[in-house]
Design a protein. Structure first.
Length: 171
């Protein structure tokens, strides 16, 4: 496989993963079975980890298998490029979601760009709901305009909106 083809496959995988993550977040994590683990993410965290972190381990497995199969298993270059794309999406997710939005690592990053502000605001709107029903904004590297999300949340029937809490906000 040529370098250009590999890079295109890598980028396509990252883009696909955003769609995949949206579907899993919307219908699995906020579904009846997935909420068992994901509910921990919608509550105040005590300690370094939460039950929801198991999803990261689960989603890393296909990347590890594909990288191994592509590099060592003779599956072909495609497997390594797809595995790398999944891993890259995981790194992007970790950076945006865990570091910038939830501040799980100490840092001095202040989201100044319109894009980063929108991602952070969209995720905070998502977390305004403490029930599995009624949430909005399920993507991680794409978020609809904040005003649209606020309107969807206001129209939501099943949302149990949490009481306002001041988060270490820099916005």
């Amino acid at each position: 496989m040529s370098l250009i083809s590999g890079l295109l496959l890598f980028l396509a995988t990252v883009a696909f993963m955003e769609g995949f993550a949206y579907v899993v977040h919307r219908w699995v994590m906020h579904g009846r079975l997935g909420w068992v683990h994901h509910a921990s993410h919608h509550r105040a965290r005590s300690g370094r980890f939460e039950l929801n972190d198991l999803y990261g381990v689960i989603f890393a497995l296909p990347s590890i298998v594909l990288l191994y199969g592509g590099v060592q298993g003779g599956w072909g270059d495609w497997a390594a490029w797809v595995g790398a794309g999944i891993a890259a999406y995981g790194a992007i997710y970790f950076g945006f979601h865990d570091v910038i939005v939830h501040r799980r690592l100490e840092h001095r990053i202040i989201p100044r760009s319109t894009y980063l502000k929108r991602i952070v605001q969209a995720h905070r709107i998502h977390h305004a709901v403490e029930s599995r029903e009624g949430s909005v904004s399920f993507g991680f590297i794409y978020a609809p305009p904040v005003e649209r999300l606020k309107a969807e949340l206001a129209d939501s029937e099943g949302a149990r909106i949490r009481a306002p809490v001041r988060i270490n906000s820099v916005l």
